[in-house]
Design a protein around this ligand. Sequence first.
Ligand code: TXA
Ligand code: MG
Length: 333
Amino acid sequence: MTRIKAPSEDALREASGLLRAGQLVALPTETVYGLGANALDGEAVARIFEAKGRPSFNPVIVHVPDVEAAQRYVMMDARAKAAAAAFWPGPLTLILPRREDCAVSELCSAGLPTLAVRVPAHPVALALLKESGLPVAAPSANISGRVSATTPQHVDEGLGDKVRLILAAGSCAVGLESTVLDLSGETPVVLRPGAITAEQIGDVLGCVVGYDFGDHGDKVKSPGQTLKHYAPCVAVRLNAVDVAPGEALLAFGSIKFMGIKGGGSAKDLPESALRNLSEAGDLNQAAANLFRMLRDLDRPEHAAIAVMNIPDQGLGIAINDRLKRAAAGSKRG
Ligand code: TXA
Ligand code: MG
């Protein structure tokens, strides 16, 4: 059985089935190969981070077949519609506010109130999006920190059996990741340069569009660092072995022996003050739940969010990285 397959109707059907089952599929786009997962399934999206060995949760681009599909998940203002009309399908990613009823996993947004969406111009990518009927979360199909894969062989060499099926369609025409245009604020800004330039976008939007690579003079930061991540308003206390009065608990694994200081058991906390990332201690499930549960517990009546220890291995490294940022960014003391 070959894992690298030509995009026949059978292979597309198989790929859709794998996506629906929460598995990873590599797909060709006009820019680079993407490592795809069902964007509606948080555990499937967590598998992307696991496979790429990402040290932290960067937000990922969600691929959709057309503007109508995009509008199910994000709010598109006149600027977004104009940019989409001019450049979709094509190598332009739009950062837009998530809709209130957005069904895409919060892990795709890495806790941000925005979502990156793109309609790719590759016939195989479009065929898969239509066949599956799913929004597909797909970062570039390479191990974190390595160059993006532009051929099926590159994907295979980098990711091996972490990807269940590679839809092969030769090398990518553009070979460079899409332009990322942030339209979530008042001023449109290009966060990542690509085949579509800020000048071209400016012509369509009728304004000057600048670049912001997150390089603010002294020190070039990695893309993950420049993102304004969601930081809870309430303080976050890590590696908690018990719960202080007034605190909420973000648990991981069994809380049978977790106590409340001064008396009582954590399992008797009110529903609004208790979330468990994964009762079974499954890191994949924990990653899928992380941002939603942090948000659930971020309520002013809580003195802090006590977070149980999470093993620092595999996806746990990314979860702990995010939690450390949350602890540093939240109200101190
Ligand atoms: O060409 C491409 O864009 C390829 C193909 C597969 O579509 N995908 C790709 O994805 O390059 P990735 O995950 O490697 O890069 C996504 C970029 C990152 O720089 C990420 O930080 C940024 O988009 N991004 C995604 N969502 C964002 C958000 N909500 N806010 C700000 N930046 C975001
Ligand atoms: Mg990448």
